[in-house]
Design a protein. Structure first.
Ligand SMILES: [Zn+2]
Length: 314
């Protein structure tokens, strides 16, 4: 009985207290941002870069409302009720410019990597609070990759989903379970209505298919019911390549045992050549004697004729 009362008091404390935020990186752009008229989505992002630089950039440019670091600290960047520029070229359910009707949360980490449990639990509490404030259902907590789209380009003749993989992991059932989200989007409303085409099949599979590549890593994480406290050990880290040295020349790549495994073209995009490793730090791309590691490759870099390099298995 005492235990029951303790749990009850603890849950009351949780509902009464807002998630504590740190304002050290509050954006100087706040005064010039107008108040958002409506809020129907929560958009989760991954910074794809370490905390310090990310916080500085996000703050300078006013690019999100909150940023959650690995230790679970929640930084407030743009005031929750103002417009933050986090979604870029975006559309959801036929409505363009997702910034106009969403709250954006940047999570320090990478779209295809596990996150520390402390961080996931902080995201969970923040999301829960925002859902309550704006009456947002679980399925409207989405990822940047779900709402971003690309204009026609040399690779893709039509407007397409798949401009970004940002926040991809937050669409996975295993991760959503930890975040306390019971429902997810079952399909892409804009692809369904033919406003967009699928531009990244792997992404589409992760977002809406059965691909849950991180399920095993997260299966060992069990949350005790209710209190947002955990009784389990942190999720085991997915084995990741730790390649920090960037070779400067093709000659050096060869000397280090890398071999070219393909050349990028319209029909052979990086993920087709290197699979899930397309953006790994130990996958390299070369073009006009430049060497670009996979983990920094973005849309702007991808060019016809780029060579893809992986460590030779021999
Ligand atoms: Zn993003």
């Amino acid at each position: 009985m005492i235990r029951f009362i303790a749990i009850l008091l603890l849950s009351l404390a949780f509902t009464a207290n807002a998630v504590p935020v740190v304002t050290r990186y509050r954006s100087p752009k706040n005064p010039e941002r107008r108040v958002r008229e409506k809020t129907t989505l929560i958009v989760l992002h991954t910074t794809e870069a370490p905390a310090k630089g990310s916080l500085r950039h996000l703050s300078e440019r006013g690019e999100c409302h909150y940023c959650v670091t690995e230790d679970g600290t929640v930084y407030q960047i743009v005031d929750r009720y103002r417009v933050a520029f986090h979604a870029g070229t975006s559309m959801w359910n036929g409505k363009p410019d997702v910034d106009e009707f969403s709250v954006g949360i940047e999570c320090v980490g990478y779209h295809d990597k596990t996150m520390p449990l402390a961080q996931l639990l902080a995201i969970r509490e923040l999301v829960k609070e925002l859902q309550k404030i704006y009456s947002i259902p679980d399925k409207c907590v989405v990822t940047h990759s779900q709402v971003a789209y690309g204009e026609p380009n040399r690779w893709q003749k039509k407007k397409h989903r798949g401009r970004k993989r940002c926040g991809m992991l937050f669409a996975m059932p295993s991760v959503r379970r930890i975040l306390g989200l019971k429902e997810r989007q079952k399909s892409d409303p804009d692809v369904k209505a033919r406003r967009l085409v699928v531009g990244d099949k792997l992404l589409s599979n992760v977002l809406y298919g059965k691909t849950d590549t991180m399920r095993r890593a997260y299966d060992s994480v069990k949350l005790s019911s209710g209190q947002g406290k955990t009784v389990a050990t942190p999720p085991p880290k997915r084995p990741t390549a730790s390649f920090s040295y960037v070779p400067q020349t093709i000659r050096e790549l060869r000397a280090l045992g890398f071999e070219s495994i393909g050349s990028v073209s319209k029909d052979s995009l990086p993920y087709k050549i290197a699979g899930d490793d397309w953006n790994a730090p130990d996958t390299f791309y070369t073009i006009r004697s430049r060497v670009i590691p996979g983990n920094v490759l973005n849309d702007k870099h991808v060019e016809d004729g780029m060579n893809v390099w992986r460590k030779s298995k021999r």
